[in-house]
Design a protein around this ligand. Sequence first.
Ligand SMILES: [Zn+2]
Length: 272
Amino acid sequence: MELTQANYYEHDTDFKYMSVSIFKDFMKCEAATLAMLKEDWQPNRDNTALLVGNWLHSFFESQEAHDKFKSDNAKFIYKYGNSDKGIKSQYKQADSMISVLKHDEAFTNVYEPGQKEVIVTGKIDGYPWKGKIDSLVLDHGYFCDLKTTADIHKGIYDPEVRHRVPFVKAYGYYMQMAVYQELIKQQFGVECQPFIFAVSKQDPPDKMAIDFNSVDDGYELDGALEFIKDNQKRVWDVMNGEIKPKRCGKCEYCRMTNMIENFTHASEIEVD
Ligand SMILES: [Zn+2]
């Protein structure tokens, strides 16, 4: 199956190629993710954050992509769905985030020259993966990802290490960078270094250019690929119906489909 800009996010392609976001969903709850991929269930997500992110991405992709984004999503982003009535307040921040990046020299020099939305595919330990690179600059050996986040300096609690960690670690961006680096290497034969340009949703927005060049970053990138290698076989077996998906027991899907089958000992209620 050939991946295109039109079918990249379709669930059909998710059964042919793993992606970082679907893999991360499987790590949270297999039952919910499988139900979503089979289109038996749709998560009740607030799509504001997604739209703000897409708004920025499309702006720095091309005028054409940005116009298309705005007309496709008019009913969400404009008051009464009408562009003459102005942008809804929750989307005004998207414009100030764009303005902050547009006027930043490092961003315009590093991010803007790249080829945008480049689809890459390859194999990790024999299993097929896909990725979409925000901005790829092969001749200088790097790629960039653009991230919007509430506050770049806000720590997010990580139950595994039992303390707060930066958003890059908490949201699995080491894994994303490691996979993209590997897929670019396989597809183009170039070892590229990853960068993230982060912009915050604060007023005024904060911004940061992030590299992965410290010794600890190296461990995190390697560790993320190892984690995938250790867990992907089970994910594929669940997707192919060979293993029954495990329920996390706590998410929206599990709550919705929960039936009481047994008593739980009071002392054994799972807590986070
Ligand atoms: Zn669940």
